[in-house]
Design a protein around this ligand. Structure first.
Ligand SMILES: [Zn+2]
Length: 74
């Protein structure tokens, strides 16, 4: 099982500058971690800007990213 925090070669997207994940599963795991961290921070009364809640496939790099923005209506 891969550990996200010891991965040394995380690619970044040239278009968005975001971290690029191989697949949806990996991106989803980041969202779950971010949500949990946010919950802990709120319970501790610590402000946080982490608000990633959605994964999407990037057409520019072909990878997956996480975002806090709502899905665009298409
Ligand atoms: Zn991208």
């Amino acid at each position: 099982m891969m550990n996200l925090f010891t991965a040394t070669n995380i690619a970044r997207c040239k278009l968005s500058g975001k971290k690029r994940y191989r697949d949806r599963k990996e991106a989803k795991r980041v969202v779950i971690l971010a949500r949990r961290n946010k919950l802990y921070a709120e319970q501790a009364g610590v402000p946080t800007h982490r608000n990633e809640n959605r994964t999407y496939r990037c057409h520019a790099c072909g990878g997956w990213h996480v975002t806090s923005k709502p899905a665009k209506p298409t």
